[in-house]
Design a protein around this ligand. Structure first.
Ligand code: JHZ
Length: 385
């Protein structure tokens, strides 16, 4: 397996993406690692080279809350309506239920949430949902099967890419999924320590085959800047394979996602993107413009550290997540404050850390734009909007 792995992108020294620092920590040396991204020629799978133990990333201090954006909440609501109509499950299990934004659309009687970050799990438990503060693995799957029986719908919004041992993940799913059960999985493309894998259709198809599972439908979503929602079934289950699967296959082959050269081209685009973003920031600095950040995301940890943009350029970040407020961004040590109105703060530019929720943010900040304020984004390419 190792022989097949090609390293194609080096994003430099990086801190743990969601490890926000408090005041006493900013003077100390931070834990850093080299973020290198690889392509596995055999499985066509993209993954990061260095991984960390789950306990180091997903513990009782996990800051991320999926309920922090209206866009996510709406997307979960829409999906739940689709599930009720098309699958009508008697039992639902979510792997990585976070603060319950997806599960809350279903009856408490039929839902089980798996969430190892106990600070976040507690939020859903308080609402009387059946949540289990454990990591998804074969041991847990066995106990769920024993206590609850098999499951008709397993949902996971990107969590599977956070778990290193894919064999254990899919074996466990196989164990609890009912004969006619369905697995729905979301995935998207960002590199940092929590995202061990980036699943294309081509790579996921190769992996699932080993567990007698296959994809029967794919929804291309706008969420998180573009993601795929995979609907997965047992091969023995005769549900018809939807046209969307062939369409996705054609698309991925056209884009060359099965070819190593595509990834080296991607590397060149990443390097150009860095140059362009740095020059935008340099321009703003040369004009003495005030820049703040909006949404201290795990994604922006990678970008800021790769482009070496720190507190000399960005004054502070605003974020609605309580557990990130009054802390500092990992590696770049930019203060994060509670989100409040940005009126009359003499802000010239806002760097969109949460670029994936740009529409939602633009709607909220109409006044800032009307009064001449501008946004800086790095995606799909660095520009001032
Ligand atoms: P957001 C996390 O990534 C980590 P991040 C994780 N590894 C993962 O897979 C994905 O989520 C799903 C703030 N915000 O969702 C809230 C505002 O302040 O892009 C959040 O801190 N105001 C589990 O961190 C951040 O932005 C707003 O109006 O990249 C968004 O984080 C809005 C809309 C958001 O995930």
């Amino acid at each position: 397996m190792k022989k097949n792995k090609i390293e194609f992108l080096d994003l430099g020294q990086q801190p743990l993406a969601n490890y926000y620092l408090n005041k006493s920590q900013i003077k100390k040396k931070e834990r850093k690692y080299r973020l290198i991204v690889c392509f596995d020629k055999q499985n066509k799978l993209v993954s990061i080279k260095k991984t960390f133990p789950s306990e180091m990333m997903f513990n009782n201090k996990y800051p991320y809350r999926s309920s922090m954006s209206q866009t996510m909440q709406k997307s979960f609501k829409k999906l739940s309506q689709q599930i009720k109509k098309e699958i009508n499950p008697k039992k639902i299990l979510e792997i990585g239920s976070n603060d319950g934004s997806f599960l809350k659309n279903f009856s408490k009687k039929i839902s089980i949430g798996i969430e190892p970050c106990s600070n976040v799990e507690r939020i859903t438990k308080k609402q009387k949902f059946n949540t289990i503060p454990k990591y998804w693995n074969i041991k847990l799957a066995k106990s769920i099967l024993k206590n609850h029986g098999s499951i008709d719908l397993i949902y996971s919004a990107n969590t599977i890419s956070h778990i290193k041992n894919l064999n254990d993940v899919f074996k466990s799913i196989n164990l609890v999924l009912s004969k006619k059960g369905v697995l729905i999985k979301n995935t998207y493309d960002q590199f940092y320590n929590e995202h061990i894998y980036v699943f294309s259709y081509l790579s996921l198809k190769n992996i699932l085959k080993k567990y007698d599972l296959e994809i029967y439908k794919i929804d291309n979503l706008d969420i998180h800047g573009g993601s795929n929602r995979y609907f997965i079934k047992r091969i023995s289950n005769k549900i018809r394979i939807n046209n969307s699967v062939l369409k996705q296959q054609k698309k991925e082959i056209k884009y060359g996602l099965d070819k190593k050269n595509t990834y080296f081209e991607f590397k060149k685009r990443v390097e150009n993107s860095k140059k362009r973003l740095v020059s935008i920031f340099n321009y703003c600095n040369s004009k003495n413009k005030r820049i703040i950040g909006y949404g201290a995301t795990a994604k922006s940890t990678t970008i800021l550290n790769y482009c070496k943009i720190d507190n000399a350029t960005i004054d502070y970040f605003l974020d609605t997540t309580k557990d990130k407020q009054n802390k500092y961004t990992p590696g770049t040590k930019i203060p994060i404050y509670k989100y409040e109105s940005i009126d009359n703060k003499n802000i010239d530019f806002i760097f969109l850390g949460a670029w994936n929720f740009k529409d939602e943010i633009f709607k909220k900040e109409k006044k800032f734009v009307k009064e001449g304020g501008r946004f800086i984004t790095h995606t799909p390419y660095p520009k001032i909007i």
